[in-house]
Design a binder for this molecule. Structure first.
Ligand SMILES: [Zn+2]
Length: 316
């Protein structure tokens, strides 16, 4: 017998908050999105999350006790469910995010990394449905990867698996916000790409503007995004050799300029992954866009509530 109830997925990005409620079959019941600087204001982000949960619950007419599980996604490295780096999420240091939200809503909360949840979202509801071995690469303010191996999310010994953005690609490179230097993220995250392109533009650039320029065919933007894809692909190719995935799914804000970024990733996999493995691995754009992480939080909440993986049959 399928237990009845609701689940809640909360996705906190560097500059946004998204809350989704769903039933245990994965049908989305309600959704709220807000722009918010969460990096420096953890309390405001958690307060807004709690408010949205209360509002969405009221819309369904269900009592608070109907919520079977709540999952919170955060854009930073988590070690044993605590934010693992003071410099990556400065407002969250020493804060235990799960209990901090749990206190506000009176319910237990489970926390996971945003790229992990994006991977679960895309394998449950999106571009990689039915594929058992998938690397989800999120190209956004940061670069992260979520690993689904044998149909299960792989988090590593401490929860830190898949920190692709902090693979070192330049020994003499600039210092990264993680404290290391020459990390992939220092070259190809959204802020790094904006900084590379800005000298050619008079108006201040944003991620949205870069995606629009790429779509319009602006040669400089396409060149830089293609190079970024090739640099990301170089690191992904090593993961392909180690893990032999069936598909790479590319999500995050910059994936919206998907053709040129994905082509770059594809080229590096063809250049650097092992012959044999490289022809077989598919490189796919994410199917859920900005909602991948929140829907992944829903998938993990369903798994938490029912004890078995969400099947993705619902209407998202
Ligand atoms: Zn780093």
């Amino acid at each position: 017998v399928r237990p009845s109830g609701l689940v809640v997925g909360v996705d906190l990005g560097h500059s946004h908050l998204r809350v989704v409620t769903a039933d245990l079959a994965g049908n989305v019941l309600g959704e709220r999105v807000a722009e918010l600087d969460i990096d420096r204001n953890a309390d405001a982000a958690l307060d807004a999350s709690a408010m949205f949960i209360t509002e969405l619950l009221a819309e369904t007419g269900a009592p608070r006790a109907a919520i079977a599980a709540v999952v919170l996604g955060l854009p930073g490295p988590l070690r044993h469910e605590v934010v693992g780096s003071s410099s990556i999420l400065p407002g969250w240091t020493s804060l235990e995010p799960a209990p901090a939200l749990a206190r506000r809503i009176g319910l237990r909360v489970r926390v996971d990394n945003d790229a992990n949840l994006g991977a679960l979202g895309e394998t449950t509801f999106g571009a990689a449905r039915g594929i058992e071995d998938v690397i989800y690469v999120k190209v956004s303010t940061g670069i992260g990867a979520g690993l689904v191996l044998g149909g299960r999310l792989y988090r590593g010994a401490t929860g830190g698996a898949g920190e692709l953005g902090h693979v070192r690609v330049n020994e003499q490179g600039v210092v990264c916000r993680c404290g290391s230097r020459g990390c992939l993220e220092t070259l190809v995250s959204a802020p790094a790409i904006i900084a590379t392109l800005q000298p050619a533009h008079t108006a201040p650039l944003s991620t949205e503007l870069i995606v629009a320029l790429a779509r319009e065919g602006d040669p400089g933007t396409r060149r830089v995004l293609g190079d970024a894809g090739r640099q990301i692909g170089r690191a992904v190719a090593d993961l392909c050799i180690a893990l032999d995935p069936a598909a790479i799914v590319v999500g995050g804000e910059l994936a919206r300029a998907s053709d040129v970024l994905l082509d770059g990733i594809r080229q590096s996999i063809d250049n650097y992954a092992q012959p044999g493995a490289r022809q077989d691995v598919r490189v796919l754009p994410g199917g859920l866009g900005d909602r991948a992480e929140a829907l992944g939080a829903v998938a993990l909440a369903i798994e938490t509530a029912t004890g078995s993986a969400a099947v993705g049959a619902g209407s998202v």
